[in-house]
Write a protein that binds this ligand. Structure first.
Ligand code: LMR
Length: 447
């Protein structure tokens, strides 16, 4: 029976004969024999070109720019003073140990990942003496970094929680807005950042949490809020805890920066531990992308802190049912690196020193940028550069100022005015300060 589709053999013959007769002749013959080839539209013809991701797309644009002046302050990824990605020494040492260990193999991991990694991750965020761990009421699963942990948590909530609605801070990390609805949990915003003070809108936040339904899920950034760099004080955290607990709401912590914000792993875990100490339940998504520099290895964990061990065990069993059809089981290598570091006292100590080194360099970038803006007499109050914490400064620059800085100065950043302080170096601070100065002065002239 004549068919309009070419077999593999026919295609080979057509290709070979093309060498002898020329492509145009072959094309003509093919069109005669297979007329639908010319007309058949793709079944995906209707597919629209998607926009680039608002954060990762900045790197795509940066990579295309041939200018030697270019600086990428878009994605939150640590760079050395030389502007290079950093692999921690302690990570290299752990990796060497793993490679040298001939007893290791490449078998599938359990659905919930490496159990030692899970236990150590829970201990890292909840504290070595956490009663929740001692009472066996924490279900922890390995996840594909923070994003994977959030996504698995979202799907579990949509299947098993009576109030599947989540309140997100405004603004929040752009991916949160997509992860939860796609995971089956509709989202709403709560007030968080006050553009006038470039600080926390504490009153607005409490008002919105009080107005949110009883039992709603509340997403909280454990430390170093992304994108604003604005965190509640310890006293404010206590106020937030009281409101959330009084309304029987369910806190869901996103902890992407433990140790990276202040340089201290314990200090950055304060908010999570405060909520766990009251005996109530919560979710915690952890990422080792920033604090161990394991970005591309996708290492993270999701912990569900429950009120008793029997529930935790049943939650664990259901998390497996979420994970298995999603990606079956997590990758081994990155989590094995993290577990090696977390399990070994000396490596752990070395890690804390390197981590503090990264946090301190970021803090020194804040001071240098602030000083450079002062030296140029840049109009406005720039003390928020010093006050905000963690990886990002939410500069207050608007979209057209950002576009100006990219066009004229080849500085790449997200359009909301967020800059990654970890991408700056002493060499690039003056260039950034020049760009900010010109953008601010230019905007003043226009208005
Ligand atoms: C960021 O906010 O830049 C990082 O968390 C990287 C990412 O995945 O968006």
């Amino acid at each position: 029976m004549a068919s309009n589709f070419m077999s593999v053999q026919e295609r080979r013959i057509a290709t070979l004969s093309g060498h002898f007769r020329g492509a145009a002749a072959v094309e003509e013959e093919l069109l005669q024999r297979f007329p639908t080839m010319a007309m058949a539209p793709s079944v995906f013809e209707h597919v629209q070109q998607a926009p680039e991701d608002p954060i990762l797309g900045v790197t795509v644009a940066y990579n295309k720019d041939p200018s030697p002046l270019k600086v990428n302050l878009g994605v939150g990824a640590y760079r050395t003073e030389e502007g290079k990605p950093l692999v921690l020494n302690v990570v290299r040492r752990a990796e060497q140990q793993l490679v040298a260990d001939r007893s290791r193999n490449k078998e599938y991991q359990p659905i919930t990942g490496i159990s030692q990694f899970n236990k150590l991750s829970a201990k890292l965020i909840l504290g070595a003496n956490s009663p929740a761990i001692a009472e066996n009421r924490v279900a922890t699963v390995q996840a594909l970094s923070g994003t994977g942990a959030l996504r698995v948590g979202a799907e579990f909530i949509s299947r098993h929680y009576a109030k599947p609605i989540i309140f997100l801070p405004n603004p929040t990390w752009g991916n949160h807005n997509k992860i939860f609805p796609l995971g089956g949990v509709p989202q709403k915003p709560y007030r968080y950042y006050d553009p006038k003070t470039r600080g926390l809108d504490y009153e607005g936040m409490l008002e919105d949490l009080k107005a949110a339904p009883d039992g709603a899920v509340i997403l909280l950034h454990a430390c170093a809020h992304n994108p604003t760099g604005v965190d509640p004080t310890e006293e404010q955290w206590e106020g937030i805890r009281q409101v959330i607990r009084s309304k029987h709401q369910l806190p869901f912590f996103d902890c992407a920066y433990q140790g990276f914000a202040s340089g201290s792993l314990d200090k950055d875990a304060h908010a999570v531990r405060l909520f766990v100490a009251d005996g109530g339940e919560c979710f915690v998504a952890q990422s080792y992308a920033k604090n161990m520099g394991l970005y591309g290895e996708r290492v993270g964990a999701l912990s569900v802190v429950c009120t008793n061990a029997a529930v935790a065990s049943r939650v664990d069993s259901q998390l497996k049912l979420v994970i298995r059809p999603m990606y079956s089981s997590p990758p081994a290598h990155g989590a094995a690196i993290a577990a090696t570091i977390l399990a070994d006292g000396r490596l752990f100590q070395e890690w804390t020193v390197e981590l503090k080194g990264m946090a301190d360099r970021i803090i020194s970038m804040r001071q240098q940028l602030y000083d450079a803006l002062q030296a140029r007499g840049t109009p406005g109050d720039w003390t928020h550069v010093l006050k905000q914490i963690g990886m990002f400064t939410f500069t207050g620059l608007n979209k057209s100022q950002v576009e100006f800085m990219t066009r004229q100065y080849h500085i790449y950043m997200t359009s909301d005015g967020r800059i990654s302080m970890a991408g700056l170096s002493s060499k690039t601070v003056p260039h950034l300060a020049d760009a900010i100065h010109a953008a601010v002065v230019g905007a003043q002239r226009k208005s």
